[in-house]
Design a binder for this molecule. Structure first.
Ligand SMILES: Cc1cc2nc3c(=O)[nH]c(=O)nc-3n(C[C@H](O)[C@H](O)[C@H](O)COP(=O)(O)O)c2cc1C
Length: 223
């Protein structure tokens, strides 16, 4: 059984699927909100940053922290970065308390290894720890289309207590830009851990029709 979100830092794990900008925005919003983040970026993710954006993410923790501070342009909050294969990191142990863990984005390789209990890198080990401790684990898989293997692995993880939160956009908040879309996705994902990371235009029900009972005098929507 999964316990509700506890106290402590959140583990933000980034694996080698497309959609790295979502991870960067999540980190930025968490730090802006003054939150504590334990960040681990898989070796695959470092390759995707390089392939998609031409960015070289350092693997050493200190250099990585400086890199993310500069990219997010946020100096608040607490950030601790981990080397992708550091199995001695605090987050590799169940005795290290966290509020929960989010894997954003989650590659099918990472999903498959966690679903089989194979913990080769620190993302997989920390996820394994969250499952065994009954702490919230939010997995944001990015692949299309999903094969039966992917679906079975995701089902196994959901059965083990993970929340599966694919980064799927919506239009009801009337996004005006890609940034609006990214914020919607990140904020909805972190809703699962009860973070309030921004002023999302949340759905409040259908707009009132002018003249209907309870309609606002201006006729504006209430979304
Ligand atoms: C540019 C690029 C984009 C990729 N996008 C995805 C993706 O969206 N989903 C996925 O499962 N794998 C994707 N891959 C493949 C993974 O990066 C690869 O399977 C890697 O080994 C995953 O490593 P990790 O699970 O340790 O992060 C992509 C690879 C590259 C180079």
């Amino acid at each position: 059984m999964v316990r509700p979100s506890g106290t402590g830092p959140v583990v933000l794990a980034v694996s080698g699927a497309s959609a790295q900008p979502l991870a960067q925005r999540a980190l930025q919003l968490l730090l802006e909100a003054g939150e504590a983040v334990e960040l681990v970026t898989s070796r695959g993710a470092i390759g995707v940053w390089q392939a998609e954006l031409g960015l070289r993410v350092p693997s050493e923790p200190d250099a990585q922290e400086a890199f993310w501070r500069e990219r997010t342009a946020v100096s608040t909050g607490q950030l601790r970065c981990h080397r992708w294969n550091d199995q001695a990191a605090g987050i590799a142990s169940g005795s290290f308390k966290t509020r929960g863990m989010v894997i954003l984005p989650a590659s099918m390789g990472t999903v498959g290894r966690i679903a089989s209990g194979v913990a080769i890198d620190l993302v997989e080990r920390a996820a394994d720890v969250h499952l065994k401790e009954g702490r919230p684990l939010v997995i944001c898989p990015r692949e299309t289309p999903w094969s039966l293997v992917h679906l079975r692995n995701l089902t196994a993880l959901a059965e083990a207590g993970a929340r599966i939160a694919p980064p799927v956009p919506a239009w009801y908040h009337q996004p005006q830009s890609i940034e609006d879309m990214v914020d919607f996705l990140v904020i909805r994902i972190f809703d699962v851990l009860d973070y309030e990371l921004g002023n999302l235009r949340r759905w409040q029900g259908p707009p009132h029709q002018p003249g209907s009972p309870g309609a606002p005098a201006t006729g504006t929507t209430s979304q």
